[in-house]
Design a protein around this ligand. Sequence first.
Ligand code: ZN
Length: 79
Amino acid sequence: MELTLTDFVFYTLLGSMGLVLCFTLVSRTLHVRAEKRSLANRVICRLCLHAFEETSYVSIVKCPVCGAANEKGRCRRVG
Ligand SMILES: [Zn+2]
């Protein structure tokens, strides 16, 4: 079997494209995962609408700006 220059270039391109695709998928997966995690910890103050992250396991967190008590995980619900 003889490997011509065209074949070599073709396989090199194919390989690099596959690598790029793999890296894109992995980085996108990691990014989505990190975003989901940060969204789960995000609290938006119901008084001043200040958005902050709370990583502790308590359900009631205090806003660092105005000090109002906010319920975690309910920031998107209206009312
Ligand atoms: Zn606040």
